[in-house]
Design a protein around this ligand. Structure first.
Ligand code: GDP
Ligand code: IMO
Ligand code: MG
Length: 424
């Protein structure tokens, strides 16, 4: 017996529609594991009961028979998690099938102060982080000074680790007056977290190993997107975790040999929140129109998302890095409403043509001008439910994306709702 393991990540800069795609697979899954990131994510799911934006809760929550694990590779924020589940419960969602890895790193209120402070110190408007303390929490995990979720369970352990951590921060930051930099702030808070979270915290690895040894279906949910990866993304304008399929396996605690499907979610056009190069960005009136048609405002921060044409060079980079078996292409309906589409197969950089994505050089990325472009006329698809019924140019468009990435498209999003999917 062997488990079916499907990993789903974002192909570009996040907000590709991962929530919707994970929800689709979760309908028949035994477990969904959120692999990395924290409450910087905003995963939208629209189903029969309403529209929900999930931040830390995995996107399998709407299947009551599916276990939802907040994985070891995540940075877990107790404050926002408690609010998130209260909100879900108020809307009638059963949250009893959530588990939190005892090994996950803890986001503390001090990390949020630090995130804002660091952003303020950065030049040129900073990275444009979500201010959720993600970078500082991962930094403390990597430097081995941070706390883990398991530490919530015992006051002495918690305080024993917190004391030197806060002292180090007070010594190195000019924010020492903030109560969040002092241990007193955390005593009652830790007790409250323990009471609220005890039932969810578990050795998730032991659980996952059981699922792996049975004939079960496991979905790994990524957050952010490949181009925001801390090593392979558009540095320094990235998040602080590993967002690739390889990173997801590590974060979820699943051995690479167990993987059966690697699904990249791509939006039919591109979008980016926060700063950093975006060669195919559509500015001016056209960009505004696409943003409004797609309601492209951040699900977590409500910031307007920058939008642009589907970048073929970036898509190739991403698909090669992730080794996708399948692509889920979302929002084809939005592009159809927009009426046209465009894909570039190269960039002009310093007078030379290239098809290499300069991920580790933002200055170069800012200079890249899309070239070798195909244009497509997009017609109404509101009545379409099957690939063969799509207008020919829309079919060509999808086939082009498939050719560039050398990956089959097995799902196409044609609306927000759970049923608005063409399954190929
Ligand atoms: P995620 O972070 O990757 O889960 O994506 P977000 O939830 O941040 O943003 C994706 C947005 O697109 C959400 O508002 C989804 O409801 C919406 N969405 C996803 N797929 C489709 C689609 O195929 N068509 C339309 N119209 N909306 C979609
Ligand atoms: P989902 O999972 C889009 C971006 C931020 C910023 C950079 C670093 O919904 O796709 P951070 O707070 O992580 O240190 O910010 O990463 N970012 C996202 N952009 N979707 C997300 O998540 C994002 N999570 C972080 O805007 O540019
Ligand atoms: Mg999102």
């Amino acid at each position: 017996m062997s488990a079916e393991v499907i990993a789903v990540n974002g192909g570009k800069w996040g907000d590709e529609g991962k929530g919707k795609i994970v929800d689709h697979f979760a309908q028949s899954a035994d477990v969904v594991i959120r692999a990395q990131g924290g409450d910087n994510a905003g995963h939208t799911i629209k189903n029969g009961t309403g529209k929900f934006v999930l931040h830390q809760v995995p996107s399998g929550i709407f299947n009551p028979d599916c276990l939802n694990i907040i994985g070891t590779g995540t940075v877990f924020n107790p404050v926002s998690f408690i609010n998130e589940i209260a909100d879900l419960q108020e809307k009638g969602v059963d949250v009893s099938n959530i588990r939190i890895s005892n090994r996950a790193a803890l986001v503390l209120p001090v990390h949020i102060i630090e995130d804002k402070l660091r952003e303020g110190q950065r030049e040129n408007g900073g990275i444009g982080t979500t201010n959720r303390g993600i970078g500082p929490a991962y930094t403390d995990r990597t430097s081995r000074d941070g706390l883990s979720v398991a530490d919530i369970n015992d006051l002495d352990t918690f305080m024993g680790k917190l004391k030197p951590l806060l002292k180090r921060k007070r010594d190195s930051y000019p924010g020492a007056d903030n109560p969040q930099l002092h241990t007193d702030y955390y005593e009652d808070l830790r007790g409250q977290w323990f009471l609220e979270l005890e039932e969810y915290i578990t050795d998730s690895q032991a659980l996952i190993n059981k699922y792996l040894s049975h004939d079960s279906k496991i979905v790994i949910e990524g957050a952010q997107g490949t181009l925001l990866d801390k090593d392979y993304g558009t540095l320094p304008y990235v998040t602080s975790s590993s967002t690739t399929i390889g990173g997801l396996l590590q974060g979820a605690g699943i051995p690479p040999s167990a993987l059966t499907q690697a699904i990249g979610v791509f939006k039919a056009y591109d979008s980016r929140v926060g700063n950093g190069g975006f060669p195919t960005e559509l500015k001016g009136e056209e960009g505004d129109r696409l943003r409004e048609l797609g309601h492209e405002y951040g699900a977590t921060t409500n910031r307007p998302r920058r939008v642009g044409w589907f970048d073929g060079v970036a898509a190739l980079y991403s698909s090669q890095l992730n080794g996708y078996t399948d692509i889920a292409l979302t929002r084809l309906d939005t592009l159809s409403e927009f009426g046209k589409a465009q894909i570039n197969y190269g960039y002009q950089l310093d007078g030379e043509q290239t098809d290499i994505f300069p991920a580790n050089d933002n200055d170069a990325l800012e200079k890249c001008i899309p070239c070798n472009i195909s244009k497509f006329k997009m017609e109404d698809i509101s009545w379409v439910r099957k690939f063969k019924d799509l207008p020919l140019e829309a079919q060509f468009y999808c086939n082009r994306i498939s050719q560039i990435t050398d990956t089959r498209i097995s799902l196409i999003g044609i609306g927000e709702g759970r049923e608005d999917l063409i399954i190929i």
